[in-house]
Design a protein around this ligand. Structure first.
Ligand code: ATP
Length: 860
């Protein structure tokens, strides 16, 4: 159909829908969303908490012992496991919710024309009849018919499998065509790699071509992060060992009993299984999820949106940050400082005559930025040109009306040029602006005060000299050229044979935070590297100012790496701190080289061509403000403020989160070790079993998980930035952590057995009660030990985590309820303690804290 007919049929026109029409259509056609796989309902989630093999065995064993007469303890075991399952379900749902809200934050947006104005809306609010503006780097969010086209190229590989971008046209096709040949249509799920176009939306959501395929696709499951996987593996190995220990304990118990009957066997069996449940840290993997998802919320507040959970773990070990310059290290607020015209340098505040003014007018015409209601929209380089023009009383809007744009080749960072065609006088004129080094070889003539003359070798030398001079001041320099053309349909082959109008040099000051962030990186053993499309000299000047480039580093141009083999490149990258005039392909090679050398690399990017490098990097970072949708989609982290300092802050967070997970693990495993040691000791010394099954379950399933989670949200400290990055393949259970687990496990175990012996002075029941309560309380107290490697007592550090204090308080109250409330004493198989015994329990538990703190002091 003709585009007019399409628009008419959809009840819209080139100015798009009104806001009211859009609302009506949204009601009629539904949200522009693909139906997602159904979420699991909470009840199923709850049941899934029981699917752990040992828990099932425990329940069976409890039922058997219930049938044999010990109904009370069967019920208690069941209740404790159920409470644990409820806690697990709640945590799961919370973690899921926080991940969902992150997804929402990084949901794609679209530019639609409503009420005649361009508005950015969420992709899901786009509706049939909307006119959508698509630019290089945008995702196409729904199916639509092209109504205006400027060299748009689209990657449709999601639908057709064809990876070469397809050129689109505003045209009428004759007859039925297969999807890949419908050049006048755009399809949801594809993305623009080049150019610009407008389309009118023809279908949304599940009605789009991708929607028809999507209904066949299964919902994708969240993958486990590498840390979760390695902890799962560790957990499995540990389980085998623990089960071995439990079998030995069971054997010893049976061996020592007076005669084996079913009751004796089930009792011993229930205990052995409870010991296994208690000692195996099933919660590790879910603690990691909780800590990571809470961490992502904190990161989001600090302007870093995490798109892949793995990134949070990886962040802590980043050792190389490759960063863009413009907008990331600098403010991206450009102002014109100087111009150069026919051998003359003119300062920004100097008078400009009409001949020289042509340079500025052309720069403002070959320009996509707009000023509306005091707002400046567009590329800061172009905004600077418009502002400069206005400053010198050359009204841009009027000129744009008078010399309308008839053709264009959009800017792209590979060509580093932008061209437009206008009718000026009787001729079509092509205006081009772009990088001086790209244009300088394509100039035939130069405009002068009284006409024009041939561009000589001396002119070229002078041009280069001025360019270097400007660049050394850290200025971005653009050349502006023009030429006559016969047609408005220009192509990149026409970008030659120019008349030079002159140069414009603009300043983009570094961000205030950049120098400090670079300094922080260096103390943290992280190497910042600038990778920019800008000129070598400009880039070096800025890099020096903020500290990225010093006497130990070099600055090179991207093309220098083009002919190097991978091995040569690996050598080459070592001392390079600045890469200038870089193309997206160079970025991938630089990332890969550092990765081959064993470093964890983060790389920033904004353009559609940056997506492969962002995917290749360990942590791909996309710009939230200037970044294209495609770059954001490929990245594992999006910066909402485009700021280099935010990357450094995110790394600091990543390191802290990793350390908190380490602390939680240390806490859980050292406590479990203590329990096992006590049981083993008692078994080998032929003492009665120090705990009942319910005791172990009470500690491990109820009072232990809260301090572990509290350690996961331990306040962050900037100390982590004084250390070197963690080596790539280092296990989270470092030698230091394992030593701590053993030593602290022994300390708690010894205190527990001392309590046992004290209780034994009265009888076995009291002994068991005292051992249980000392183990429980020591572990609660031990939470404070795990806060830091340094001694924390009497410091502010001890009290700076409210969750930890809360967790301790809850555990303490629960334990004392069990010990002191007569009804609970029976249920939890504890004997009433005398005041002296109770104080002994408190004292011994506090003793673990004091001893561990002293050990820390000695180690320091
Ligand atoms: P970074 O990679 O640090 O973001 P950048 O933004 O300077 O670098 P590009 O935007 O790719 O990199 O620009 C590369 C070069 O292209 C610039 O040095 C300039 O010469 C030229 N250039 C930039 N913007 C425009 C534009 N709007 N029109 C014409 N030429 C431009």
């Amino acid at each position: 159909m003709k585009k007019e007919d399409v628009l008419k049929m959809l009840g819209t026109d080139e100015n798009g829908l009104t806001q009211n029409q859009a609302k009506e259509n949204q009601k009629k056609y539904g949200k522009n969303e693909l139906a997602e796989g159904k979420k699991k309902n909470p009840f199923i989630l709850f049941l899934e908490q029981y699917k752990d093999f040992l828990v099932i065995i425990l329940i069976i064993a409890a039922i058997i012992s219930g049938v044999l007469g010990d109904i009370e303890s069967a019920i208690v075991i069941f209740v404790v496991i159920t409470i644990n399952a409820i806690l697990g379900t709640v945590q799961h749902i919370k973690a899921e919710q926080s991940l969902d809200s992150l997804k929402e934050m990084s949901a794609p947006t679209a530019k639609v024309i409503r009420d005649g104005e361009i508005k950015v809306v969420e992709g899901k609010d786009v509706t049939v009849g909307d006119v959508v503006v698509i630019e290089a780097g945008d995702y196409v969010c729904s199916d639509g018919r092209i109504i205006e086209n400027a060299s748009l190229k689209v990657d449709e590989s999601a639908m057709t499998g064809e990876s070469e971008p397809v050129e689109k046209q505003e045209t009428v096709l004759d007859g039925e065509k297969p999807l890949g040949d419908r050049v006048n249509m755009l399809y949801s799920g594809s993305f623009a790699t080049y150019g610009r176009a407008k389309m009118v939306v023809t279908s949304v959501g599940m009605e789009t071509e991708i929607g028809k395929i999507a209904s066949l696709l299964k919902s994708t499951q969240e993958k486990k992060t590498p840390l979760q996987e390695s902890l799962d593996n560790f957990g499995k190995k540990l389980s085998l060992i623990i089960i071995g220990i439990c079998v030995i304990v069971l054997g010893l118990e049976l061996f020592r009993s007076d005669g084996i009957n079913l009751t004796v066997f089930t009792d011993a069996f229930v205990f052995a299984v409870a010991l296994a449940v208690a000692a195996i840290p099933e919660a590790l993997s879910s603690i990691v999820t909780i800590v990571l998802s809470v961490g992502t919320q904190k990161l989001a507040k600090e302007n870093a949106i995490i798109r892949k959970l793995q990134a949070v773990e990886g962040l802590g070990s980043v050792s190389i940050i490759c960063s863009d310059k413009t907008g990331t290290l600098t403010q991206n607020k450009m102002t014109v400082q100087k111009i150069y015209f026919d051998g003359q340098i003119i300062d920004k505040d100097d008078e400009i005559n009409a001949r020289q003014g042509q340079l500025i007018i052309d720069g403002a015409l070959c320009n996509d930025s707009v000023q509306k209601e005091g707002q400046e929209i567009g590329d800061p380089t172009e905004i600077a040109l418009v502002n400069f023009s206005e400053k010198h009383d050359l009204p841009v809007e009027k000129m744009r009306e008078k010399y309308q744009r008839l053709g264009e080749i959009p800017f792209d960072s590979d060509r580093k040029l932008m061209s437009t065609v206008h009718k000026i006088g009787d001729n079509y004129k092509m205006l081009t602006k772009g990088a001086v080094d790209v244009l300088s070889g394509r100039i035939d003539e130069v405009k002068t005060m009284d006409g024009k003359r041939p561009f000589t070798a001396e002119d070229l030398a002078e041009l280069k000299k001025v360019n270097t001079e400007f660049s050394q001041m850290g200025l971005r320099v653009l050349a502006v050229c023009e030429r006559d053309v016969d047609t408005v349909d220009i192509s990149v082959d026409d970008e030659k044979d120019y008349i030079l109008l002159g140069l414009v040099a603009m300043q983009d000051p570094p961000r205030e935070e950049s120098a400090e962030a670079v300094r922080k990186c260096k103390t943290a053993g992280i190497r910042p590297i600038m990778i920019t499309g800008d000129h070598l000299v400009t880039a070096s000047a800025i890099a020096r100012k903020i500290g990225i480039l010093d006497d130990n580093g070099r600055a090179v141009e991207g093309r220098e790496i083009e002919n190097l083999s991978d091995e040569e490149l690996d050598e080459f990258v070592s001392d390079v701190s600045v890469y200038a005039r870089v193309s997206p392909e160079h970025k991938i090679r630089i990332v890969s080289a550092w990765q081959r050398k064993g470093y964890i690399v983060s790389m920033t990017g904004d353009g559609v061509n940056d997506a492969p490098a962002l995917k290749q990097a360990d942590i791909g970072v996309a710009m939230g403000i200037t970044g294209s949708e495609v770059a954001k989609d490929a990245a594992s982290m999006v910066l909402t403020d485009d700021n280099f300092a935010t990357i450094v802050k995110a790394i600091e967070n990543g390191r802290n989160l990793y350390r908190n997970i380490q602390r939680a693990i240390q806490f859980l495993l050292s406590g479990n070790t203590a329990g096992i040691l006590a049981v083993l000791y008692a078994s080998f010394m032929a003492l009665p079993v120090p705990f009942k099954a319910v005791h172990l379950l009470f500690i491990n399933l109820l009072t232990d998980s809260l301090p572990a989670i509290a350690l996961g949200v331990e306040p962050h400290s900037s100390d982590v930035m004084n250390e070197k990055p963690r080596p790539k393949n280092q296990s989270i259970l470092t030698k230091k952590v394992l030593t701590n687990i053993c030593v602290e496990g022994i300390v708690i175990g010894v205190m527990t057995m001392i309590a046992f012996y004290v209780g034994f002075l009265r009888n076995a029941e009291v002994a068991s009660t005292m051992a249980f309560s000392t183990l429980c309380l020591s572990r609660l107290v031990h939470g404070f030990n795990c806060k830091s490697d340094k001694p924390v007592w009497f410091t502010k550090k001890m009290w700076n985590n409210k969750s930890m204090i809360g967790a301790f308080f809850v555990g303490f109250v629960l334990l004392n309820a069990v010990l002191l409330v007569p009804a609970l004493q029976g249920i939890f198989a504890v004997a009433p303690l005398t005041i002296a015994e109770l104080l002994t329990v408190y004292g011994l538990s506090l003793g673990t804290f004091v001893i561990v703190q002293i050990l820390k002091m000695i180690r320091k």
